[in-house]
Design a protein around this ligand. Structure first.
Ligand code: BDP
Length: 699
C-alpha cells in the first residue's frame, strides 16, 4: 500500500515537471478536452470489484490512479455496485464464456462497464485496456470487447548481472539493486510491474543467460523472492537463468552430468528450496553449450538429457524449463546458419512436455534483418518458443531511432509452409500448428537504471510493441505505434501522424545504411557498435565479418544454395523456391542466400554495386529527413523529450555516415569500381574510417 501511495505522489508531482519519460506510456496526464473528460467521467463514477485478491486490488488501484490523473477525479471502490449505474464493475468468473486464461471481456451492460475474466490477471489486463481506451481517446459507450492472449508465456529476459551491469544493456546499469535487496524495495520495481502488466507481459527471467551460480544461493534466493513478491500482484512470475555447472560450483559435487544421480538430487533439492521462497516460481532458463557456457555436452550428453533432468526436478511444481537453441560450434568450413538446426533436429520428440526450446527469430544472431530461423516449422514434436531481442545490440543501441515492431512482425508473419500455406511462424510459436499446450514469446529486455528506462525515448516503444505483439501478433505495427504515440508524445493528430511515419520508416532506414540487400554481421568486434566489415580475425571464424559477407573480386554474399552450404535445404520446398532462385529472391534477403556478381543487374535496374551504394547513401539522406520531421514537431513536444531525441538523431546521422563510408570504401577495394554518380565519394579514406573503430578497442 505504502508503495502505491508513493507512486501516486510521484505521479502527481511529475505533472508539474518536465517530462523525463519515467512514467513510460502510463502517464495519466489530465485530458485537455473538458467535454471529453465529462463523457468519460459519467461512465466511471465508481468501481466495484467482486473479487478479493492482490491482483484485482492492483486493477482497482490502477483504475483509481488512471481516473484521478486522466479525468481529475477521485473514484471510490467497493465490493458491489448495488443498484448503481455509471460505474466500472470488475468480475472474476471462472465460467466466463469465450475467454481463455488471462483473457478478458469489456461490455457495456445495464448502464455499467463490466470487465470480466476467468482469472484475476484477466481482470487486470482488462482494466489496463479500459485505461488505454481513455488514453487513446476512444469512446466508452457500447463497449463489446473480447480479448484473449495468443501466447501463454509473454516474457522479458533480463540479461542483468549480479554486479549491476547488463549484458547488451544500453540504458544505464541494472534496474535490480541486488545489493539493496531484500531490505529495500526500489519503487521502480512496481512501476516496472505496472508497465509490463499494462501490455500483458506475465513472466520475467531476472538474470543474464550467461548465468552466475550466485543466483541460486540462499542469499540471492531471498533477494529474488523479494522481487517476486512485488511482481506477483501484477500477474508476473519470476524465472531464473541457471548455470549448468551449479552442482559443482555451488554443491561441491565432482560433476554436473545430468544423468548422475547425485546431480539429479542436487537439482531436485535446489528446485524444492526455490519453491520455499517463491511458491509460484516460473522456472529455469538455460543457455548451455553455447559460447563457452557449460552444458550436458561436456559430459557426452545431449541438450534433451540436460533439459529433461531439470524438467524432472520441476515435476512436482507448476513451472517449466526453457532451454535455449542458440548454439553453434566454431567451424571455419561450416555454416553457423545450420548449427542449431543440426544439433537439435535429432532430438525432436525427445524433450519432456515441461520443456520449451527457445529459438532466436533468425539463425545467426538478432541481425537487423534475418530470414526466419529454419527450426520454426521443422520441429513438430517440440514446443518451440520465440526469442526476440528488444535491446538493440545490433540495431543502433541507444542512439538510433529504430522501431522494431515491423521486424518482429516480419518474422511472425513468415510462412514456414510446414503444413501447407498459412503455417506461419506465429502459429508455430503459439502452439496451434502442432497442438502444443505451452507457448512462449520472450524478448531480451532493454530496461535499465536510466530515468526513462530505455535511454532513447523511442526505445520504450519497442518494449511496448513486444508486449502487445506477444498478446496479439495480429495487431499491426502502425496500430501499436499509434497507441504508444498517443499515450506518450504528441497530442495533435498531425503530430501523431508525423511520428508514426518516422517510426514506420525507421527500420528500413537503419537497414539501408547498415545491412542493405541481406548483408549481415559486419559490426565492430565485441562491442557490436559501428561498422567493421574488414574484420578478418577474431576468437572464432564466425565472429568475423568476412565469414558472413564473403566479398571477393567477383561479388558479394553467402551462397547458401546447394552449390555451397545448402542451408536453404533446411526450409520447406516452398520457402526454398521463394529464396533459392537469385532472380526471384526478395532483395531484402538476396545476399543471405546468394553470392551475386558486383556487375549483376538487379530488379531495380541497377547493378549490385550501384544498388549497394545507392542504399547506403539513401539511408543517410533518410536520417536527415527524420531530423527535419522531428524539428517540425518542436512546438508541440515536451522540451526535454524534444531535445533528447534531437541530440540522438544528430548522433544517428553521424554514425549513418560512418557506416556508409566504412562499407563503400571497404567494398570498393574488391569492386575497383567508382561510387556511381550522382553520389559523391566520401571525403575520408578507408584508413581514416578504420581508425574510428580502433578507438573503441583502446584501453
Ligand atoms: C549475442 C550476444 C551475447 C549473448 C548471446 C546470447 O552478443 O552477449 O550472450 O547473444 O544470446 O547476441 O546468448
Amino acid at each position: 500500500m505504502l508503495n502505491r501511495i508513493i507512486i501516486c505522489c510521484l505521479l502527481i508531482s511529475f505533472k508539474t515537471l518536465a517530462d523525463d519519460g519515467s512514467r513510460l506510456w502510463l502517464k495519466y496526464d489530465l485530458l485537455k478536452d473538458a467535454q471529453q473528460r465529462d463523457k468519460y467521467a459519467a461512465l466511471t463514477k465508481f468501481i466495484a470489484a467482486n473479487h478479493n485478491s492482490p491482483i484485482v486490488a492492483s486493477a482497482v488501484s490502477e483504475l483509481q490512479m488512471g481516473f484521478q490523473g486522466l479525468l481529475g477525479k477521485k473514484v471510490s471502490a467497493s465490493a458491489s455496485a448495488g443498484s448503481r449505474t455509471g460505474g466500472v464493475i470488475l468480475q472474476v468468473n471462472a465460467n466466463a464464456q469465450n475467454l481463455l486464461e488471462d483473457g478478458f471481456a469489456i461490455n457495456s451492460q445495464k448502464g455499467n462497464i463490466v470487465i470480466s475474466a476467468k482469472t484475476p490477471s484477466g481482470v487486470l489486463y482488462g482494466a489496463f485496456e479500459l485505461l488505454r481506451n481513455i488514453q487513446t481517446g476512444k469512446s466508452l459507450s457500447n463497449l463489446a470487447i473480447v480479448s484473449n492472449p495468443k501466447v501463454k508465456i509473454r516474457m522479458l529476459n533480463h540479461w542483468d548481472n549480479a554486479n549491476g551491469t547488463v549484458e547488451r544493456g544500453y540504458a544505464g546499469s541494472s534496474m535490480w539493486k541486488w545489493t539493496e535487496l531484500p531490505f529495500r524495495i526500489d519503487p521502480r520495481y512496481i512501476q516496472y510491474a505496472r508497465a509490463n502488466a499494462s501490455i500483458g507481459i506475465n513472466a520475467a527471467s531476472i538474470n543474464n543467460v550467461n548465468a552466475s551460480s550466485r543466483f541460486l544461493t540462499a542469499e540471492y534466493l531471498e533477494k529474488i523472492k523479494a522481487v517476486a513478491d512485488v511482481l506477483r500482484p501484477y500477474g508476473i512470475r519470476v524465472f531464473i537463468s541457471v548455470n549448468f555447472r551449479s552442482p559443482r560450483t555451488l554443491g561441491g559435487l565432482k560433476t554436473s552430468d545430468p544423468l548422475d544421480p547425485e546431480v539429479k538430487q542436487w537439482w531436485n533439492d535446489k528446485t524444492k528450496e526455490i519453491h520455499q521462497y517463491i511458491p509460484d516460481f516460473g522456472g529455469f532458463l538455460v543457455k548451455a553449450n553455447s559460447e563457452g557456457e557449460p552444458g550436458p555436452q561436456d559430459y557426452g550428453r545431449t541438450h534433451a538429457d540436460g533439459a529433461n533432468m531439470l524438467a524432472e526436478a520441476m515435476r512436482p511444481y507448476g513451472g517449466i524449463v526453457i532451454w535455449r537453441a542458440f548454439v553453434y560450434k566454431a567451424d571455419p568450413n561450416g555454416d553457423r546458419f545450420k548449427e542449431a538446426y543440426d544439433q537439435f533436429k535429432p532430438l525432436d520428440g525427445t524433450f519432456d512436455p515441461k520443456v520449451i526450446v527457445q529459438v532466436k527469430n533468425g539463425p545467426i544472431d538478432f541481425m537487423p534483418r534475418e530470414p526466419f530461423h529454419p527450426m520454426f516449422g521443422a520441429f513438430p514434436n517440440t514446443t518451440l518458443g520465440m526469442e526476440f531481442q528488444i535491446t538493440q545490440e545490433y540495431l543502433g543501441q541507444s542512439t538510433h531511432l529504430t522501431y522494431l515492431a515491423p521486424m518482429f512482425k516480419e518474422c511472425l508473419d513468415s510462412d514456414t509452409y510446414a503444413k501447407g500455406k498459412g503455417s506461419t511462424v506465429a502459429k508455430v510459436i503459439d502452439g496451434s500448428l502442432e497442438s502444443h499446450q505451452n507457448s512462449l514469446m520472450a524478448g531480451v529486455a532493454n530496461t535499465g537504471s536510466d530515468v526513462n528506462w530505455t535511454a532513447h525515448p523511442f526505445n520504450q516503444a519497442n518494449w511496448y510493441a513486444f508486449g502487445r505483439l506477444a498478446w496479439d501478433y495480429d495487431l499491426t505495427s502502425e496500430h501499436i505505434a499509434s497507441e504508444w504515440i498517443a499515450m506518450t508524445l504528441a497530442k495533435s493528430k498531425a503530430g501523431q501522424e508525423t511520428i508514426k511515419r518516422m517510426m514506420m520508416q525507421s527500420l528500413p532506414i537503419y537497414i539501408s545504411y547498415t545491412y542493405p540487400l541481406g548483408t549481415a554481421h559486419m559490426m565492430g568486434e565485441g562491442h557490436h557498435y559501428g561498422p567493421e566489415p574488414w574484420l578478418e580475425k577474431s576468437g572464432r571464424p564466425d565472429w568475423t565479418s568476412i565469414y558472413y559477407h564473403r566479398a571477393d573480386s567477383v561479388g558479394l554474399g553467402f551462397d547458401r544454395t546447394g552449390k555451397v552450404s545448402n542451408a536453404l535445404s533446411l526450409y520447406s520446398a516452398e520457402v526454398q523456391k521463394q529464396w533459392g532462385d537469385p532472380e526471384r529472391c526478395s532483395l531484402d534477403y538476396l545476399l543471405w542466400f546468394h553470392h551475386i556478381p558486383w556487375t549483376k543487374k538487379l530488379s531495380t535496374g541497377r547493378t549490385l554495386w550501384n544498388e549497394l551504394c545507392f542504399r547506403y547513401y539513401d539511408g543517410v539522406e533518410q536520417v536527415r529527413k527524420l531530423q527535419t520531421d522531428w524539428e517540425s514537431l518542436k512546438p508541440e513536444l515536451d522540451k526535454e523529450t524534444f531535445e533528447n531525441v534531437k541530440g540522438r538523431l544528430r548522433i544517428q546521422e553521424k554514425e549513418a555516415l560512418w557506416w556508409r563510408d566504412a562499407c563503400v570504401l571497404y567494398f570498393i577495394t574488391y569492386t575497383k569500381m567508382p561510387i556511381p554518380a550522382p553520389l559523391v565519394p566520401p571525403t575520408r579514406s578507408l584508413n581514416e574510417v578504420k581508425k574510428l573503430v580502433e578507438i573503441y578497442h583502446l584501453r
